[in-house]
Design a protein around this ligand. Structure first.
Ligand code: 5GP
Ligand code: MG
Length: 187
């Protein structure tokens, strides 16, 4: 597979966050294995039941695309755009940029998120989805930072649990950049 790495981008001047150089933290191979493993588990759990994936934009687009390809149950996808972060810190206030599709009522909803950090975003979203009275709600996240929790949330499928570090790559950004890196980097 040919894809962009930090090495390819090393001549460029935007390879730092808050003055600190990026260093590799998680290899794409481990990410891919984790995605496949979650996909298998989800497929076993839902079987022939139809899954309505709700992908949380922007960060989860890459994970959702890969995860969907590893699920064998019938599934559809819709998108919700939430915003709470500025730079490397959450503002604590979650804003819904578009509405959750009404079509999720009476469906098995699987919320797909890039990372659960304080849990504020996921707690907010679960409550919003509940209002549509789906048949069930489950949560899948690629990364989990349990040490940062401020709000309890039940996460059903976790790719990788990480330390309290701000990460970029595999869909996760810093001020809009670095989403294209297949590996995960930290400062
Ligand atoms: P929470 O509400 O759980 O604190 O944060 C949820 C959102 O904040 C995530 O969906 C993600 O978009 C963003 N976020 C949290 N931690 C990180 C991180 O380490 N890196 C990046 N790029 N975004 C993060
Ligand atoms: Mg997110």
């Amino acid at each position: 597979m040919i894809s962009v790495t930090l090495q390819d981008m090393k001549e460029m001047s935007f390879l730092s966050i808050e003055g600190k150089n990026l260093c590799k933290y998680i290899d794409s191979k481990l990410i891919n294995e984790s995605v496949q493993s979650i996909g298998r588990k989800i497929s076993q759990d839902y079987g022939e039941e139809q899954i309505s994936i709700l992908c949380v934009l922007n960060g989860a687009f890459m994970f959702a695309a890969d995860l969907m390809r590893s699920i064998t149950s019938p599934c559809e996808i819709s998108f919700i755009r939430l915003s709470s972060y500025e730079g490397t810190e959450t503002t604590g206030k979650v804003r819904m940029v578009n509405d959750i599709p009404d079509s999720l009522s009476n469906r098995h909803v699987l919320i797909v998120e890039d990372i659960v950090d304080t849990g504020i975003t996921m707690n907010f979203l679960i409550n919003e989805v509940k209002k549509l009275q789906p048949k069930s709600i489950k949560v899948a996240t690629m990364f989990d930072k349990p040490s940062r929790r401020k709000c309890h949330v039940h996460v059903d499928y976790i790719g990788l649990t990480i330390e309290d570090k701000f990460i970029v790559g595999y869909g996760l950004d810093y001020n809009g950049l670095f989403r294209n890196l297949p590996d995960i980097y930290t400062k």
